[in-house]
Design a protein around this ligand. Structure first.
Ligand code: GDP
Ligand code: CA
Length: 332
């Protein structure tokens, strides 16, 4: 196999990609060439405009992580970051103050915003930014169009009893600590896949759904018009790894998002939500963690090949082993 395509969110996807690249380099993935190309289709529905800057959290997390610029402790943003601009904005009393805009990070957003203003598409801007970071993958935004995930939360102070906030406000300011009553993907139905996205799926030898958030990361990519059709039609096997282990997310807020769309919060629940390609879904295989081994039969019974293996991304070797198990499941 020469061409691998991964549909990725931010932190979960980026960590998986680190292990995948490690596995490819070391020849640990059965049937995958050591010089195989990885194309990443990244979620852009988390993107936001803040203080006049276009910020793309998932694209940047993948780019910084694979380009060795990420702050490892935080898992997002730049290493050796300082926060002078953020402090100065706060001193002016300018809202919002909850979003983490670091000084180094702001340079990325300035370059991006300037290029967008000059008429470049987000996919072109991403390519330009990657010329510096050399992430070792071809990084594509899922779309060049503006798409935003919004979350409805209870608010008794409003006439409807609800308030809708941008996904970043739900995650960063509200810390996903209040239930999400609904998730809305503004602009998704009218978005066009970015150049290269459909071909990356169609021409792949293997497509992977990493352990990313199934609703607000992978779910939004699957919601871009023509992406599901491309997955249904590709000759490549499509394999996924569960982001739910032992009935909840490992980190993040997949549980809140699954509740909001009424999907069972379990490894089997997410696998069956994606569904098997043989019955109109997107997957040819699904990996669950060892602790969820009792759910394997249920997934298999629904026509989706499934195995239980360790799915904790503790280091690149453990993650490469997960990737190897995923390859093996759909190519045996
Ligand atoms: P985000 O955009 O930064 O939220 O990142 P992603 O959408 O790519 O990934 C978030 C998901 O990764 C969460 O739902 C977690 O459950 C999942 N996740 C994080 N670490 C691990 C891990 O070690 N193992 C597994 N199986 N899932 C993980
Ligand atoms: Ca994200």
């Amino acid at each position: 196999m020469q061409n691998l395509t991964v549909l990725s969110g931010g932190m979960g996807g980026a960590r998986f990609l680190q292990g995948l690249l490690h596995g490819i380099e070391r020849g640990l993935l059965p049937g995958v060439a050591p010089d195989a190309t990885v194309t990443v289709v990244a979620n852009t529905a988390d993107d936001l405009w803040i203080h006049g800057l276009k910020v793309c959290p998932d694209l940047d997390t993948v780019m910084y992580t694979l380009g060795d610029g990420i702050d490892l402790e935080r898992g997002w943003g730049r290493r050796d970051e300082t926060w002078s601009v953020k402090e100065e904005l706060a001193a002016y009393g300018v809202e919002p103050t909850w979003f983490g805009l670091g000084d180094r990070d702001i340079a990325t957003h300035l370059v991006r915003t300037q290029m967008l203003d000059a008429g470049y598409r987000l996919s072109e801007v991403t390519e330009a930014l990657c010329a510096r970071w050399r992430p070792g993958v071809r990084l594509l935004p899922m779309t060049d169009d503006r798409v935003e995930t919004h979350v409805a939360v209870a608010d008794p102070a409003t006439p409807s009893g609800r308030r809708v906030v941008h996904f970043q406000e739900y995650w960063v300011r509200l810390r996903a600590a209040v239930p999400a009553e609904a998730v809305v993907f503004v602009g998704l139905d009218d978005a066009a896949p970015a150049p290269g996205v459909i071909d990356a799926i169609t021409d792949a030898d293997l497509v992977v759904l990493p352990p990313s958030n199934p609703v607000v990361s992978v779910g939004t990519i699957l919601g871009v018009p023509r992406v599901r059709e491309a997955l249904a039609a590709t000759r490549a096997p499509v394999v996924g790894l569960s982001p739910i282990v032992g009935g909840t997310h490992v980190r993040g807020m997949a549980e809140q998002m699954l509740n909001a769309i009424d999907v069972e919060v379990s490894a089997a629940g997410v696998g069956l939500h994606y569904g098997s390609r043989s019955s109109g879904g997107v997957l040819d295989g699904w990996l669950v963690d060892e602790v969820d081994v009792d759910q394997v039969d249920r997934v298999v019974a629904a026509g989706l090949p499934c195995r239980a293996v360790p799915l904790m991304m503790t280091d690149v070797d453990a993650t490469a082993a997960m990737a190897a198990a995923a390859v093996e499941l759909v190519t045996r």
